[in-house]
Design a protein around this ligand. Structure first.
Ligand SMILES: [Zn+2]
Length: 164
């Protein structure tokens, strides 16, 4: 037993193997995750015991599958009301798009609105864009609020739809 031969104490992330403790001799063992639930013999004391099954993910969803976990959907959907209200109240400032992480179109909205209100105020012509952008934001806010959590997640987290 050389103390410097012990593996680094990284158990969850890096190694594909599971670290378990023999219930008979307390030896630290590495097993493949596929052995979970199977009876094995401890190589140290030859005692037989069952490999514990690791904690399943809360949703039970397979993260390698095509579907995102329910908790991920809910976490994103929790932004729905915030984004919807920001769209309705602040429309043209693009805040509702920043909330959803759509920074590209959000910046366009914010820059256009601020540009119209400052530079545009002198040029007069683009001023009409301010109510247009505000109306777009207002409509987008309404759309957000009318979508179900799943639709909302699919449209704005997966597809990252930028407008409407
Ligand atoms: Zn043992």
């Amino acid at each position: 037993m050389r103390p410097d031969s012990q593996p680094p104490p990284i158990e969850m992330a890096a190694s594909p193997k599971m670290n378990i403790t023999c219930p008979h001799c307390q030896a630290r063992l590495s097993v493949m995750p596929s052995q979970a639930g199977n009876a094995i013999h401890c190589p140290s004391c030859n005692g037989k015991f069952q490999v514990p099954i690791p904690m399943a993910s809360p949703s039970g969803a397979n993260s390698f599958g095509g579907f995102s976990s329910q908790s991920e959907v809910q976490a994103f959907a929790s932004k729905k009301v915030t984004a919807g209200l920001c769209g309705i109240l602040l429309g043209g400032l693009g805040v509702h798009k920043f909330v959803l992480g759509l920074n590209g179109p959000a910046t366009i909205m914010l820059a256009t609105t601020l540009g119209c209100l400052t530079v545009g105020a002198c040029l007069i012509v683009p001023l009409f864009l301010v109510p247009v952008l505000h109306t777009i934001g207002f409509i987008e806010g309404i759309i957000y609020l009318t979508k179900s959590d799943e639709e909302f997640y699919q449209t704005y987290a997966i597809e990252q739809k930028e407008w409407f």
